[in-house]
Design a protein around this ligand. Structure first.
Ligand code: Q46
Ligand code: ZN
Ligand code: ZN
Length: 315
C-alpha cells in the first residue's frame, strides 16, 4: 500500500476514508482533521484560555500534543484518583502526564482527590455503597466536579477532553438504546458554558480510536498502555466491541452513525426537549449548577463519605 500523497510506503491504511498515508503525511493529516472539527463546530478560538483534561492515556496526551502543534495555548489538568489495583494505575499515569508536560514545557495542574477530599475514589465508593457498585459512576461525578471547579476558579474559557469517535459512538449507542432524550440533547462536540460551568469541547470526536493509537505511536508519545482496571467488563467496552463488528463489515459505519446524529439534532430532532429542559439551580455549598435546589450530587456524596468515615472512627 502506497501513500496517496507522496507514493512512499504507507504507514496507516484507513479503510473508513479510503485513504493510506506515510508517517510524515499521517502526522500532518491528524492535526488537520482536528483543526477542521474546531472550525466546523466552533469549539474555541486561538486567543481563548484552554484547559485540557489529561489522564496519561494516548487520547488526551495526543490531544494536548496536537493543540500545541496547531498553535493553541492549553494548560493541562491531571486528576489523581488513587486507583492502584496492583498495577499502580494512578501513580504511573500521573508520572507520564507530568513527564509529557515537562518535556514539552507545558503547564500542568495536578489535583489529588485523596489529599483534597480525604479519600481515594475506591475508598469513597466503598464508604458510600459498601462495594456494591463499581467506582465508575462516583469517579465520573468527582471528575466532572473537579474539572468544573478548576476551570471556574482559574478562569479558563474552555475545557477540552480527549474523547474519540469510538467513545462518542459508544455513548450515543447506549443513549439510543434507552432513548435518553436528555443525554442525547447534551451529547456532541460542544457543550456551551453557562453560569459557573465552562464550555466543554471534544476536538477528537471525528477520529477513530485506531487513528489516535497510530498517531500516538508514530509521534512517539509515551502514554499508559493499561486501561483503568475498573473499565474491564464495562458496558461501554461491550458497545465498542459491537460497533467494531459493524465497522469491520461496513467501514465508515461508526463515523456516519455519529455524524448523522449530529446532523439530525442540528435540524431539530430534539427541539421539543430543549424547550422543556429543566432550569438549573446553584448548589448551596459549592455554587456549581445542579438540577434540584439544595446541595449538588457531588456535595451530597462528600457529606455521606465524611459521615461514614466519622462513624467508622467512632466504632
Ligand atoms: S477512570 Fe474512573 Fe474510568 Fe477507571 S474508575 Fe471507571 S470512570 S474506568 S474513564
Ligand atoms: Zn506521504
Ligand atoms: Zn455542590
Amino acid at each position: 500500500m502506497k501513500c496517496h500523497i507522496c507514493g512512499e510506503k504507507a504507514s496507516v491504511n484507513m479503510r473508513e476514508h479510503k485513504l493510506a498515508l506515510c508517517k510524515e503525511h499521517y502526522l500532518e493529516w491528524v492535526p488537520a482533521q482536528v483543526e477542521r472539527s474546531i472550525k466546523k463546530y466552533g469549539l474555541f478560538r486561538q486567543e481563548e484560555k484552554m484547559l485540557v483534561a489529561v489522564s496519561g492515556g494516548k487520547d488526551s496526551l495526543s490531544l494536548w500534543d496536537i493543540l500545541q502543534r496547531l498553535g493553541y495555548h492549553a494548560d493541562g489538568l491531571y486528576i489523581c484518583l488513587g486507583i492502584d489495583e496492583g498495577i499502580g494505575y494512578s501513580t504511573e499515569s500521573q508520572r507520564l502526564a507530568v513527564k509529557f508536560a515537562t518535556n514539552h514545557g507545558l503547564n500542568l495542574h495536578v489535583v489529588n482527590i485523596q489529599s483534597e477530599y480525604g479519600a481515594t475514589i475506591p475508598q469513597i465508593t466503598r464508604r458510600t455503597h459498601r462495594g456494591r457498585i463499581k467506582p465508575c459512576s462516583i469517579c465520573g461525578l468527582v471528575k466532572r466536579h473537579v474539572m468544573n471547579r478548576i476551570a471556574r476558579d482559574l478562569d479558563y474559557d474552555v475545557l477540552a477532553t480527549g474523547h474519540n469517535l469510538d467513545d462518542e459512538a459508544a455513548v450515543l449507542f447506549g443513549n439510543t438504546l434507552s432513548w435518553s432524550g436528555e443525554y442525547l440533547l447534551r451529547q456532541g462536540p460542544l457543550l456551551p458554558g453557562s453560569a459557573g460551568l465552562a464550555r466543554k469541547v471534544k476536538p477528537l470526536c471525528r477520529l477513530y480510536e485506531r487513528e489516535m493509537l497510530a498517531y500516538a505511536l508514530l509521534q512517539e508519545i509515551e502514554y499508559i498502555y493499561e486501561e483503568c482496571p475498573y473499565s474491564i467488563g464495562s458496558t461501554s467496552i461491550y458497545y465498542k466491541e459491537l460497533l467494531n463488528r459493524l465497522e469491520n463489515e461496513r467501514p465508515g459505519a461508526k463515523l456516519s452513525f455519529y455524524l448523522a446524529f449530529l446532523e439530525a439534532r442540528k435540524t431539530g430532532l430534539f427541539t421539543e426537549r430543549e424547550k422543556i429542559q429543566a432550569e438549573l439551580h446553584s448548589c448551596s455549598r459549592c455554587g456549581q449548577p445542579t438540577s434540584a435546589p439544595g446541595l449538588c450530587s457531588f456535595c451530597r456524596l462528600l457529606e455521606r463519605t465524611t459521615s461514614v468515615a466519622l462513624n467508622e472512627r467512632n466504632t
